[in-house]
Write a protein that binds this ligand. Sequence first.
Ligand code: NAP
Length: 293
Amino acid sequence: MQLLDGKLISAQIKEELKVEVQKQIENGGKIPHLAAILVGTNGASETYVASKIKNCGEIGFRSSLIRYDSTVTETELLDKIIEINQDDDIDGLIVQLPLPDHISVDKVIETIDVRKDVDGFHPINLGRMAKGLPSYISATPFGVIELIKRYKIETAGKHCVVVGRSQIVGLPVSLLMQRNTYPGNSTVTIIHSRTQNLKEICLQADIIIAALGRPEFITADMVKEGAVVIDVGLTRVEDATKKSGFALKGDVKFDEVAPKCSYITPVPGGVGLMTIAALMTNTLLSARKEIYG
Ligand code: NAP
């Protein structure tokens, strides 16, 4: 069993980005600038946004954090997005999810200028990705694919089972795994909450990508010998032994599944860090106008 080390690979990507930014600035190019909007005080969202801002600083990007109380109106938020869309200095804009119930996530995402949508959530980016056209690939699926690529894992002809069909993880990652390139060319099965013979399907998988948000759901009896297991899940569960009062759990019961795998991601230290590295890569692509010119 080999660990798919998101910590190591994301650190390598960050170093590569750092060098690229330095070169760009020396050649008179602009400093990439990421703006993040955070609504409310959700603990996990605070942590994710703080980490994104910190990573910008470490790589040499500029960043701006715009915070709103959870009482912000939808109109106020959309107006801010429109203002950022028109700000030529800002290359990428992310709005941290989840949002309060009175705000439409779809409206928010569709208001972001597709050229600044470095999270890749806009339907135009998702649609272009599905068609194989240049687009921002959403950060978590991009991180998963990059991890597979950097470990040179064979995907062609393999049966890839994606557990979860969300618009931000399951759906895009399944599209990427079936496309006609590397990583891809897998035979993809998508599992969701209505799937009946989930265990039997998982047992046929050469590659399992778990993104359902149910801590330790995937157990050893669901995984065949030699499978590749990629755990996207990230759930905070109470843990009195931790200073923070919680531990981060993946969707895979790591201790019992790992011995059966050829490769497996740890949680933490796997896909989460790759997601941030992918977001940073998208921000650089945007500053260079590589996707939309
Ligand atoms: P989501 O929107 O809640 O989607 C979960 C998906 O899993 C849905 O398609 C759901 O099916 C399916 N599902 C739920 N319970 C199931 C069950 N018992 N059996 C089969 N399928 C089931 O979640 P998400 O946003 O995709 O996130 C999934 C996990 O990834 C979460 O833990 C989240 O925190 C984590 N995540 C991590 C990162 C990262 O950077 N590492 C980024 C994003 C998300 P239905 O469609 O039928 O409801």
